[in-house]
Design a protein around this ligand. Structure first.
Ligand code: ACO
Length: 448
């Protein structure tokens, strides 16, 4: 071994007791040099690799990690996931406990402020949200301008982005009081925008929010009340939707949250950043999957067609996927899917059984026994059953991802606030490995 270039590793914990260091020794076979880089929280800092060079003008070693398969890009104290054990916790509380005992707004407060609210804090919080649910009439006109068949998620993304022009003070992202105001506005107005998008797609008049209703009852009322008929939401459906909101509120560094943090790192206002996060969520590999699940179940059409469909997925070798199956992090089961599956039965007692449920159950049963899915650790994810519940509640498939975006707003905003308070954060700017042409002479157009 050559000389050790750096020795920053500290002796801590179990390693220290055994006379070892929390450090990684790396030998560069190109030069014979040996480096020691500290290990903290099970990670090494990518910047510690930069010192590893073959010559003084070498840029230094980088890591290559497409799709961030093994890169932590931030520290966070919001959501904990252990994908192998199927654990999901918000601020240390297990998801099933929160789903059983809390309202969505209580959980949103927990995500944003780190602690469950006491009665006074909760009442003030609910009041602040309730009194920000109206949207500006001009914002309503922005929504009016969409074509009759506009996808509700496209409308939501564009309308949230447009909100930045209504609240220009939101650009002062370093003022905590200003941030709090935008948090109230966004959490309060998302259901209104979502419901207006739905009404627009149905060619029906918008229903304004009612301050005498709780968050979720108000949302359902804005969706289903019409000028011709009153609407009283069923308490079982209200509670089911509220639980779905809790389950979807945050999921640490997923694709949408990464977009929120990436855009937020440029100190962009929260409306524009959140529109970007929602755009990521729209994708069929992310929040758009619940819509795809329903399309898939409808395409399968009957229980007898399930084996044939599974065969097509397997033969498609990744081209055709079993939507609502698989997860980047959960490789055992998705704890949210378990809760949703149980809840689906309660909802169907009120709404009547969704005929697609039997196809879904059969699909799950066969897939969980099949070597292809077992070997790849593919299990139902949060989206596998949520769409069936949304459909039972009476929502069209195109509105499903919008229902995901409403609660995820609290998670996005919690992550955004954490980013802005983190002294280590800077503008997110990954590196690349350039494999293109090296410098070459320019050719005039007539010589090409
Ligand atoms: N159906 C069939 N095969 C699958 C599926 C699926 N749903 N998901 C993964 N695979 C296969 C892949 O083809 C691959 O096979 P290979 O090793 O033979 O090449 C293997 O399993 C690993 O898949 P990756 O794509 O590498 O896994 P990754 O972690 O990148 O993807 C993802 C995770 C995007 C969720 C994927 O499982 C998927 O596309 N699922 C369907 C879409 C879906 O339900 N998305 C919702 C996720 S939850 C959420 O975002 C809220």
């Amino acid at each position: 071994m050559g000389t050790v270039e750096t020795a920053k590793g500290e002796e801590t914990g179990a390693s220290a007791a055994e006379g070892r260091k929390d450090a990684l020794t790396i030998k560069d076979e190109r030069t014979g040099r040996v480096y020691e880089v500290p290990i903290k929280h099970g990670t090494i800092r990518a910047m510690d690799l930069r010192q590893i060079k073959t010559s003084p003008d070498d840029f230094g070693l980088m890591t290559y990690d497409p799709a961030f398969m093994n890169t932590a890009h931030c520290t966070s104290r919001i959501t904990y996931i252990d994908g192998d054990k199927g654990i999901l916790q918000y601020r240390g509380y297990p998801i099933d406990v929160l789903a059983e005992k809390c309202t969505y707004l209580e959980v949103a407060y927990l995500l944003l402020y780190g602690e469950l609210p006491n009665r006074k804090q909760y009442d003030e919080w609910v009041h602040a949200i309730t009194y920000h649910t109206m949207i500006h009439e001009s914002l309503k006109k922005v929504m009016d301008a969409f074509n009759y068949d506009a996808h509700p998620m496209g409308m939501l993304i564009a309308t949230v982005a447009a909100m930045s022009t209504f609240y220009p003070e939101g650009r002062d992202v370093h003022d905590p009081a200003v941030r709090t105001k935008q948090v109230h506005r966004l959490i309060a107005k998302m259901p209104t925008i979502a419901a207006f998008a739905y009404k627009h797609s149905m060619g029906m008049p918008y229903v304004y929010p009612s301050n005498d209703l709780d968050y979720t009852s108000n949302f359902l009322t804005m969706l289903f009340k019409t000028p011709a008929e009153n609407y009283k939401p069923n308490p079982t459906l209200v509670r089911a939707l509220d639980i779905l909101f809790i389950l979807h509120a945050d999921h640490e560094q997923n694709c949408g949250t990464n977009a929120m943090r990436g855009i937020g790192s440029a100190h962009t206002d929260p409306y524009s950043a959140l529109a970007g996060a929602a755009a990521a969520l729209y994708g069929p590999l992310h929040g758009g999957a619940n819509e795809e699940v329903l399309k898939m179940l409808a395409e399968i059409g009957s229980i007898s067609r399930v084996p044939e469909f599974i065969k097509e997925v397997k033969e498609g070798k990744g081209e055709k996927r079993l939507m609502g199956f698989g997860h980047r992090v959960y490789k055992n089961f998705d704890p949210r899917a378990k809760i949703i599956k149980r809840m689906a039965e309660e909802v169907f007692e009120v709404t009547g059984r969704n005929p697609l449920l039997d196809i879904a159950l059969e699909l799950e049963r066969i897939a969980l026994q099949d070597d292809y899915f077992v070997k790849r650790k593919l299990y139902p994810n949060v989206d596998f059953y949520s769409g069936l519940i949304y459909q039972a509640i009476g929502l069209p498939t195109a509105a499903f991802t919008v229902l995901f975006a409403i609660p995820r707003t609290s998670g996005w905003l919690a992550q955004w606030g954490e980013l802005l308070e983190d002294p280590e954060e800077k503008i997110a700017r990954p590196r690349q490995v350039y494999l293109g042409a090296s410098e070459r002479p320019f050719k005039a157009m007539d010589k090409r």
